[in-house]
Design a protein around this ligand. Structure first.
Ligand SMILES: [Zn+2]
Length: 178
């Protein structure tokens, strides 16, 4: 998937805030957390000759040092990486917000889930076998119409989220205008 497709789908991790009642105005910050986390797995992209993934260029190129260091769609596209990431983030539940580890991990996991439509990855790393649960008929190339469809799905999801919690955000506007 293109990076913006991952970002749009990952931003929908904001929906998890509804598990804990009506989201507050600050919940919208979680769209950024989800979008960023969704770019992270491609930290393993960018082998020699490739341009690398968006993640290598954001935050002032902070993640650029990882370019081409790992096997693409290996460990960073596995169940193991999801579990380890969640465990590593647990302290942030106290340091930042109780929902932070869950939403960050959901954004990350969404990347793997939609990448499956492009082809196989090492889901069961350290087992080095490329697997996908999407039948061949439904798979498509990165940057094709299917990619755009997922992007639109992500955008619609975000619009729906704002629409459904409009009263919360409308009051935020009133507050800003005062
Ligand atoms: Zn990927």
């Amino acid at each position: 998937m293109k990076w913006y497709t991952h970002a749009a789908i990952g931003a929908n991790a904001v929906w998890l805030t509804v598990l804990f009642g009506e989201p507050t105005q600050t919940a919208i910050l979680y769209t950024a957390v989800g979008a960023f986390a969704a770019l992270l797995p491609d930290i393993d992209a960018g082998w020699t000759g490739s341009r690398g993934a968006k993640i290598h260029y954001i935050a002032g190129g902070l993640f650029g040092i990882f370019k081409g260091l790992f096997r693409h769609r290996g460990f960073f596209h596995s169940f193991l990486s999801i579990v380890l990431l969640f465990c590593a983030l647990i302290p942030l539940a106290w340091m930042i917000d109780p929902l932070f580890p869950l939403i960050f991990t959901a954004g990350y996991a969404s990347h793997l889930f939609i990448d499956a439509w492009n082809g196989g990855m090492q889901w069961f790393y350290p087992l080095r076998k490329d697997l996908t649960f999407v039948p061949k008929f439904f798979r498509f190339r990165v940057g094709s119409a299917g990619d755009d469809l997922f992007f639109l799905l992500g955008v619609w999801g975000l619009i729906l989220f704002v629409f459904m919690h409009w009263s919360t955000f409308a009051s935020a506007n009133l507050y800003l205008m005062r």
